[in-house]
Design a protein around this ligand. Structure first.
Ligand code: PHE
Length: 462
């Protein structure tokens, strides 16, 4: 092992004079030696001093000549005894730089350059340049004049070589001691702790980078759905009230007070404050009347509507509670068509287990305009769901207290190879819209779905 070689050498010798020679002697890569010296120096096992040396290395051209011979020798060897023309010579030598070769050969007085022919002046030549280049490649020292000449011909360049001289440091030991980072129960029980050397605390070390938060898949899909609604020209409704009165959550939606969904099995009622402070009184009276006697061509439910029931606070069970508030507000102003959406949490009294929570997110969209029909609803549903990647839709008649007609929405799932229910929809009843004061020819088409279902489908779970 290289580390043992260094420490072992220093046990018997005063110093390692030159890490380069040391590396060559022990047949170890110099880079490895350098890294070990740095590390040993850091722990003060050794003291290391920099050594810098200029050395010569061959350029690409120099390497080529070291292998194939200098151009002047290549040229000399290509000249036949009877001489040769310049053109022929160039052909024989191929891409070799003839000019340089000729100049060098002429300088050495090896060749005669006549008008027609180039011929040999001597019988034999030595390739001194090639030999010098090979010596340099070998790391041998050569004559400064030769260096100058080779440098002038750009066959060699200087390179700074960096190494170390190394002596024992204040913590020197023939072997690196293992430093312990944690004191264990075993260390204590065995008494080993007395001998152990502990790693010092590094108070300036930077800790692990803090992992940032991540967006929950539901939030990501919520953003996607929001964008879809914005692209379709919808405005977002304010959904920042989880606590709602039974009035807006149920009564305004023509949901009778005995309806099973209003039971505490399905709805969380608030203990404090258990009732709402205020409701729009004249509207409350119209809602009471439509529940009890009907109107607007309806017969109503024919029961005693109780104000105390409407006053009860609850955690909203659907975002349609928000829609009912918004439609009521709209009815207080001169009518103009609107497209609204909301995406937020709703609460239902479910037994909580691994796959069920007592809350989920609802996505709701509504379009409010004069003379809308079921065709408009089907059209907007196709538009909306195709933007979510659901292009095949089917509709099934359904029932909601506040819509007529009502349709459940199914989409064909290519992966599951079956139709899955993806939402609920309908046209809000006159019994809901007329008491609010909306003009009689105004129709509201609406649909709702959970955010969880499309998210599960997108993230590949059921
Ligand atoms: N509020 C309905 C639900 O809870 C969804 C819905 C919204 C249905 C609008 C029709 C119209 O499932």
């Amino acid at each position: 092992m290289a580390e043992e070689a260094i420490l072992g050498y220093l046990e018997k010798n005063e110093e390692i004079g030159d890490s380069g020679q040391f590396a060559a002697e022990f047949g170890i890569d110099h880079n490895e030696i350098v890294n070990l010296i740095k590390s040993l120096h850091g722990f003060r096992y050794v003291d290391a001093q920099d050594i810098k040396r200029e050395s010569w290395v061959l350029t690409e051209e120099g390497k080529a000549y070291a292998a194939a011979g200098s151009p002047e020798v290549q040229l000399f060897l290509a000249i036949p005894p009877e001489g040769i023309s310049k053109e022929e010579l160039q052909k024989k030598l191929g891409p070799l730089a003839l000019k340089i070769a000729l100049a060098q050969a002429a300088k050495n007085k090896w060749v005669d350059i006549g008008k027609q022919l180039i011929s040999r002046k001597v019988q034999h030549v030595d390739d001194k340049v090639k030999n010098l280049l090979l010596q340099i490649q070998d790391g041998q020292d050569i004559d400064p004049d030769d260096i100058k000449a080779l440098k002038g011909r750009k066959l060699i360049v200087s390179q700074t070589w960096k190494g170390y001289s190394v002596k024992k440091g204040p913590n020197y030991a023939p072997r690196r001691k293992k430093v312990v980072t944690d004191l264990t129960r075993d260390n204590l029980q065995s008494g080993e702790w007395k001998e152990l050397e502990f790693k010092e605390y590094n108070y300036t070390a930077k800790g692990l980078p803090v992992e940032g938060g991540h967006l929950h898949p539901l939030l990501k899909v919520r953003d996607q759905v929001k964008k879809i609604f914005f692209c379709m020209g919808f405005e977002e409704m304010p959904t920042n009230n989880f606590v709602e009165s039974s009035f807006w959550n149920f009564d305004a939606l023509f949901q009778p007070q005995q309806h099973p969904a209003r039971d505490s099995h399905d709805t969380f009622f608030l203990q404090a404050p258990s009732t709402t402070k205020e409701l729009p009184e004249d509207y409350v009276q119209r809602v009471k009347r439509v529940h009890e006697y009907g109107g607007y061509e309806s017969r109503g439910y024919g029961y005693d509507w109780k104000r105390e029931e409407a006053n009860k606070n609850l955690l909203r069970t659907h975002t349609t509670a928000v829609s009912s508030r918004m439609l009521y507000l709209m009815a207080q102003k001169p009518f103009s068509p609107k497209k609204y959406f909301s995406i937020d949490r709703v609460f239902r009294n479910e037994a909580v287990d691994r796959t069920h929570l007592a809350e989920f997110h609802q996505i709701e969209g509504l379009v409010c305009d004069r003379g809308l029909t079921l065709c408009n609803l089907i059209e907007v549903l196709h538009d909306f769901f195709s933007r979510l990647g659901m292009t095949k839709l089917k509709f099934k008649p359904a029932y909601n207290p506040y819509t007529e007609p009502s349709m459940e929405i199914f989409s064909y799932h290519e992966g599951f190879k079956k139709w899955v229910e993806v939402g609920n929809s309908g046209m809000f009843r006159p019994e809901m819209l007329c008491p609010m004061g909306l003009p009689e020819d105004v129709r509201v088409i609406a649909w709702g779905l959970s955010l969880e279902r499309p998210t599960m489908i997108m993230y590949g779970d059921r």
